[in-house]
Every structure is written in C-alpha cells, then in structure tokens.
Design a protein around this ligand. Structure first.
Ligand code: NAG
Ligand code: NAG
Ligand code: NAG
Ligand code: NAG
Ligand code: NAG
Length: 547
C-alpha cells in the first residue's frame, strides 16, 4: 500500500537525486522553463519543476492542450475531473436517499471545482498544486463523508483515500515539499482502478448466488485453520494489487494447493474483492476475504489508535487544513485511513487459530516458491525480517525521536532498522511475548506524536524490539518504487517490494519494474478490457467537454 515503507524511501531518493548530473539537469531545465514562462505570461504561478514542465507543453495562452493534461498523472486537472465525476455519482445517490442538504454541499463543491477548471481553461495554463489544494481537499473530505454515509452500497469508491493519505503525509512532510508533491501524484489512483471496483460490484450483484456459493465453498473450508498448510495474510484496499500478490505467489509455488490466503480489506472494497477472488481461479489455492469492520475486538476501548482518533488533538493532527471546520467531526474520523495498516499489530486476534503466517504487503510481487520461509528457525523470535541498515540511514535514530527521554532510555540510536512487507510471524511466540501489549504501551505514549510522527514502522521497531530474526536479504528486495535496484538483487529476489511512490499500478511506475508486476495481471480479462476501453472513452469525453 502506498503509505507503507514511506520512511524507507527518502534516503534512497536523496541519493538517487544527488547524482550530480541529475540535479544539474533539473536545475537547468527548471530555470530555462521558468524564464520561458516569465516571458510568455505575467501571472506565472511559482510552482515546482514538474508543474513548470507541465505548463511548458501549453505555454501559449488560450492553447491549453487538454489531452496532455489528462494523460499526465501529475495533473491537477485530472484529479479535479475525477473528483467531479465521483461527486456527481454521489449527488445522484444522496438525492435518491433524500439527503438534500448533503446533495447541496456536493453540488457546491462540484461548482468550486468547475470554476477552478474554467479559470485554467480561460487563462491557458494548467492549475498549480497550491491554487487547487484547498478545493481538492474540501472535495476529498466531502467524498469521504459520502463513503461514511454508506452511499457506497452499490457503487464502490477507493478514490478519496488517496487524497486523505495526502493529508496524512502532508503533516509529516511540511518541510519536504518535493516529496509531498510526489505523494500527491502517486496517490492519484488511476481512473481505471476505481472503475474496477464498481464493475466488480455490479458483477457481484448480477450473479449473487453463483458467487456466494463459490465463496462459501471456499471459506467454510477446513483449510483456513489447518496449521499444516502455508498461510499468507494480505491487508489491502487495492483489488488489483492484492490479486497480483496472490497470483504471483501461487504461480511460483511448487504446491499451490497447500496455500491459504487471508485477505482483509475494508467495507468499501469487501464486495468487489470477494467478487474478484471468486470469479478468478488461482489454481487450487484457498482464499478468504474478510473486512476489518467485522472484528468486534477492534474497538476504541481496546485499540489505542482508535481511542486517540476520537480525541480532538489527533483529529486536528490528521485534518489540519483550513476551512474544514464546517465538516462535522463524526465524518472526519480517519480510522479507515490507518486501520488496515495498523492491523499488523493484531495478528493473533485476526488469526486466533493459526501458529505461523507470512505477512505480505500489497505492493509486492512474488517471484519464487516461499514455502521454505515457514521452516526457517526463528530462534524463539516473533518476527522474521530483512534488515535495512546496510544503508546507514535506516537505523533507529532515523525513525524515532532520541531527544525524548523514554526513547533514549530504552533504545540505541544505532540499532538496525528492518522492513515490513514480507515477514514470517510466529503467532504463538507473539502471544507469549505480549507484542500487542508492547505496541499498546508505546502507542499510548505517543498521543502527542513526540516519539514518532506517522506510519507503522516506528511503532513496529519498538513493539518487536529484541524479537526480530534477521532473514537473508534475497527474501525481500526493497526500493522498486523509488530507486534503481541492482539487477542481480532483482533476479535473485523472492519478493520484490515497490515501496515508494512509483507503484506499478500507477502511470508513473518505473517501466522496467512495472513489467515484473504486469506479468501477473490478466489484461485480457473481459472486465479489465472493458475498463481500459472505458478509460479511453473518458479521456476523449474529457477533452470535448473542457475545451
Ligand atoms: C495535444 O497533445 C497531444 C499529445 O501530446 C497531441 O497528439 C495533440 O496533437 C495535441 N493537440 C493540440 C491541439 O496541440
Ligand atoms: C472491545 O474489545 C475488547 C477486547 O478485544 C472486547 O473484550 C470487548 O468486548 C469489545 N467491546 C465491544 C463493545 O465489542
Ligand atoms: C502486556 O503488556 C502490557 C503493556 O506493557 C501490560 O500492561 C500487560 O500486563 C502485559 N500482559 C502480560 C500478560 O504480560
Ligand atoms: C522529541 O522529544 C522532545 C522531548 O519530549 C520534544 O520536546 C520534541 O518536541 C520532540 N521532537 C519532535 C520532532 O516531536
Ligand atoms: C496470473 O498470472 C498468470 C501468469 O503470469 C497469468 O497467465 C494469469 O492470467 C493471471 N491470472 C489472473 C487472474 O490475473
């Protein structure tokens, strides 16, 4: 998932960019374009290099090339158009549900977005992130509310999560403008992915009985609790990504019939996820889909992060933007933002009957048979992980606040960091060693965000402290979403991890690494074919209605 591995990304990016010539090129290009713009128009927005580059393709007033704009995943215009189309859908639904006030609010936001687009169209150069941010944010919150109002029963939305993520990362990265910009771009889920959820939901309801039977046949299976089998868990709200993880694991397995996948998703993605996994066959593997809303133990009296989210300080920490004060608090509860991520700290609760599981992030692709992982001796440790301190950045001091006495007293700043994304987990040791209790202890002390800011790796380092078994680096190759990775490491790697912004399912994914992931997507699948065709039609329509 996009939010994870965030901490791992920056040093690599820094190193990557600091190869002198790239900087030279960027600065050169930037200043050239800036000069060009200054001479062609007066009101040039002071934007970052990528935006400037964007403007360059259409630097003559009145001649904005909308095709370019729409094809560009970094474009604010595209983001706005996506939001408008979503909002219009919700508008219809909320009217049907007789929630006229909400419909009016949606209508108002749609007009705001449209007037921004009109501004860009008349002046002839694209919108900058700065001038659009408030509008995009306002709309994102409203769309999020729509989701919370359960207007998504029949249609499915993953779109707004991206924007909420941007908010989360924004608080973390106020100083790091360029990363923030990358984040916005990366989280702009392509239109096609959002359509997939809708199409799948429609398909599910059309063939309800058939799919239900398929699911029931699979979930009632003894296999789900059989500890002689290989159990994998994936916590994801991204159907295509989860599909690739399952498919690549199965495809490279010597005994697919011994594999059991436990997919946990959220309410919104539950139906389409079930539809996808019941309409496609993944050899003889067993696949279970659950939603975390069904876990009754996951409540504010047990889970500190849920309790904290109810408190006002945390609310404003997550939603620090201006102009949101009109939005009722109950609609701003960002638990969906992080709950799928924080589930990794509740493995024994999620899988009470299992002894050992392999945890896979949804932004990985598997290239080898993984069964050997289950027989690795963890030497009494709880979690097996690949260490990341070969790169000097990835030590404890990078993730934790060592000015805080509590951190200083318990940990060494030079302790070696490790990575989530492919981990072997011994659930019996976990219970014995009270890992969830540790996690609660630290999470409760981080109410004011002084121990660490955001993410799951810092609390992970604390909760599993002294219980981590080092795995051979070939098991988990990191960095495919943000840097150049050595060819030999990729070839040897059992699990490749696209941590970073350039996810393989996004247009900005690095082409040479995308191929490794694309292999496990069946692009000839009738549903995907329809969606790809639809996306093309959408682009054409977009041009016609906005020229
Ligand atoms: C806009 O850009 C696209 C793709 O770069 C190009 O094919 C098209 O001819 C351009 N249209 C105009 C009006 O310049
Ligand atoms: C909340 O979770 C705790 C511990 O998992 C459980 O004992 C309790 O019954 C739950 N409360 C509700 C209201 O479900
Ligand atoms: C687990 O850890 C928590 C927090 O440190 C502690 O309060 C609790 O008593 C521990 N439980 C056991 C069984 O050791
Ligand atoms: C680190 O901890 C110290 C001591 O509690 C605190 O004053 C400081 O603000 C913290 N730093 C950050 C970045 O939160
Ligand atoms: C899974 O991957 C295989 C092999 O790359 C591919 O042929 C197949 O179509 C994929 N299946 C699905 C459901 O994506």
């Amino acid at each position: 998932m996009r939010r994870r591995g965030f901490d791992l990304r920056r040093p690599g990016r820094r190193r990557w960019l600091s190869s002198g010539w790239i900087w030279f090129l960027l600065i050169g290009l930037g200043s050239l374009l800036f000069l060009l713009l200054v001479t062609t128009q007066e009101k040039t927005p002071r934007s970052r290099p990528l935006i400037v580059q964007n403007s360059f393709t259409s630097s003559f007033p009145g001649d904005l090339n909308v095709t370019d704009e729409l094809l560009n995943p970094l474009s604010v215009t595209r983001q706005l158009l996506d939001q408008i189309s979503l909002a219009k859908t919700y508008l219809v639904i909320s009217k049907e549900n007789n929630n006229l006030e909400f419909a009016r609010e949606l209508g108002g936001q749609v007009r705001n977005c449209q007037s921004l687009l009109a501004t860009a169209a008349t002046r002839g150069y694209p919108l900058s992130v700065e001038e659009s941010e408030a509008t995009i944010r306002g709309m994102a919150l409203l769309l999020y509310q729509a989701q919370q109002l359960h207007y998504d029963g029949a249609i499915t939305i993953t779109k707004m999560k991206g924007q909420l993520q941007t908010l989360e990362e924004k608080s973390k990265l106020e100083t790091d403008k360029s990363s923030k910009f990358g984040q916005i771009a990366a989280e702009e889920l392509p239109k096609s992915l959002y359509c997939l959820g809708i199409k799948l939901t429609m398909e599910w309801f059309k063939n309800l009985h058939r799919y239900r039977r398929a699911v029931e046949a699979r979930t009632s299976s003894e296999k789900l609790r059989n500890n002689n089998l290989y159990h994998y868990c994936i916590f994801s709200d991204n159907i295509l990504a989860a599909s690739v993880v399952v498919n690549s694991t199965v495809t490279n397995s010597k005994h697919p019939d011994l594999l059991v996948f436990h997919v946990v998703t959220d309410e919104v993605n539950y139906t389409p996820m079930r539809a996808w996994f019941s309409m496609n066959k993944f050899q003889d593997a067993t696949i279970e889909v659950q939603k975390f809303e069904d876990f009754t133990w996951l409540n504010a009296s047990y889970v500190p992060i849920l309790k904290q989210l109810k408190e006002s300080d945390t609310q404003s920490f997550y939603f620090s933007g201006k102009g949101n004060s009109k939005t009722p608090i109950k609609f701003r509860n960002p638990k969906y933002l992080s709950m799928l991520n924080h589930l990794r700290f509740y493995m024994p609760e999620v899988f009470p009957a299992l002894h050992k599981v392999v945890f896979l992030d949804d932004d990985v692709v598997v290239q080898k048979d993984l069964s050997e992982l289950f027989s690795i001796n963890l030497n009494g440790n709880v979690i097996g992980a690949v260490e990341t301190c070969m790169e000097t950045f990835h030590r404890f001091h990078k993730y934790l606040n060592f000015s805080h006495p509590l951190i200083k007293a318990h940990f060494d700043p030079d302790d070696c960091g490790w990575a989530f994304g492919m981990n072997v987990i011994d659930l019996r040791e976990w219970k014995k060693k009270n890992v969830t209790g540790n996690y609660h202890y630290w999470q409760e002390r981080n109410v004011d965000h002084t121990l660490w800011k955001l993410g799951t790796l810092p609390p992970g380092l604390l909760a599993f402290y002294g219980m981590v078994e080092r795995l051979d680096a070939k098991w988990h190759v990191l960095g495919l979403g943000y840097k150049e990775v050595e060819q030999s490491a990729i070839k040897e790697g059992a699990v490749l991890h696209y941590n970073g912004n350039m996810k393989p399912w996004l247009k900005i994914g690095m082409e040479k690494y995308k191929i490794l992931w694309d292999k496990y997507v069946d692009y000839s699948h009738p549903l995907l074919q329809r969606i790809i065709a639809g996306a093309k039609a959408y682009a054409v329509l977009g041009i016609q209605s906005h020229r």
